[in-house]
Write a protein that binds this ligand. Structure first.
Ligand code: FE
Ligand code: FE
Ligand code: ZN
Length: 275
């Protein structure tokens, strides 16, 4: 089953997102758990969430892939800021329990000059504190382009976090633009990149995909998304992805520069690429 969707606004609540997703032919979606560039979260609405859970079931949705705020940097240099980020993570995970069985993805963080090792230590510490056994949501680390001091540009870094946390409730969301910009050649050697992922992390940890084309060349470490088929990844890369036995059943989230009608077209574009 192809589970395709895009990033949606949660301003009207959870049920409204499901309805919007259905209206554009999506059967998964992503949303920010709070203001992406601030830390403000919406008031919780258990009735709305219960209705959303039922609607997801009625429409046979695949797992959702929520996204943590960009400002949540678990490995920032200043201790009080780091503790604040860790408390945001805890609060997000607690809120996500209203949508059990889904994913919560976030950017591991930027070490801002402290070094990769110190950054990973901070991230591990925050995740260990936030993840409780039996928690109904799986946390996903996003593969990053390796821009600036970003952690997660190399599979080894994600593996170090996963091993450090030592919880079964942690996986990876692979962003096609990010891995391409980060120097993993999914255009010419998707199988090779997946073999490398398997060798370093293990494919059982790969839970979701962000599908974006890239405005920048291979290995540029830039991270600028482009419409599917119109950047350096090209249509054929997405054809390979939607038909790949390892990838074709994972939730696929579009984060392309688009509006709702455009997302509806891109979701259909993905379905048309299926063999
Ligand atoms: Fe992201
Ligand atoms: Fe992404
Ligand atoms: Zn990106």
């Amino acid at each position: 089953m192809l589970y395709a969707g895009c990033h949606l606004s949660n301003s009207a609540g959870n049920l409204a997102m499901v309805e919007t997703a259905v209206s554009i032919g999506a059967n998964t979606f992503a949303f920010f758990t709070r203001n992406p560039r601030g830390s403000q979260a919406k008031k919780e609405d258990p009735v709305d969430s219960a209705k959303a859970v039922q609607a997801l079931k009625d429409h046979h949705f695949g797992p959702l892939v929520a996204h943590g705020a960009y400002t949540m940097n678990l490995c920032t240099a200043e201790e009080s800021a780091r503790e604040f980020a860790a408390s945001v993570l805890c609060d997000d995970l607690r809120r996500m329990a209203a949508l059990p069985g889904n994913y919560y993805n976030f950017h591991p963080g930027s070490h801002v000059g402290q070094g990769t090792e110190a950054g990973i230590e901070h991230i591990v510490k925050a995740l260990k504190k936030a993840l409780e056994p039996g928690y109904p949501v799986t946390v996903l680390l996003e593969t990053m382009a390796g821009k600036g001091s970003e952690i997660g540009g190399r599979f080894e870094e994600l593996k170090a976090i996963i091993d450090g946390v030592g919880s079964p409730d942690i996986g990876v969301c692979l962003d096609s633009c990010h891995v391409h910009d980060g120097g993993y050649d999914i255009v010419n050697d998707l199988d090779g990149v997946l073999a490398e992922f398997d060798r370093v992390i293990g494919l059982d940890k790969l839970k979701a995909l962000h599908l974006n084309d890239s405005k920048n060349p291979f290995g540029s470490h830039k991270d600028r998304h482009e419409l599917l088929g119109q950047g350096n990844l090209g249509q054929n890369t997405f054809k390979n992805i939607v038909n790949h036995p390892v990838l074709k059943n994972l939730p696929m989230i579009l984060e392309t520069p688009n509006d709702l009608p455009g997302y509806a077209r891109e979701i259909q574009f993905l379905r048309d690429l299926q063999n």
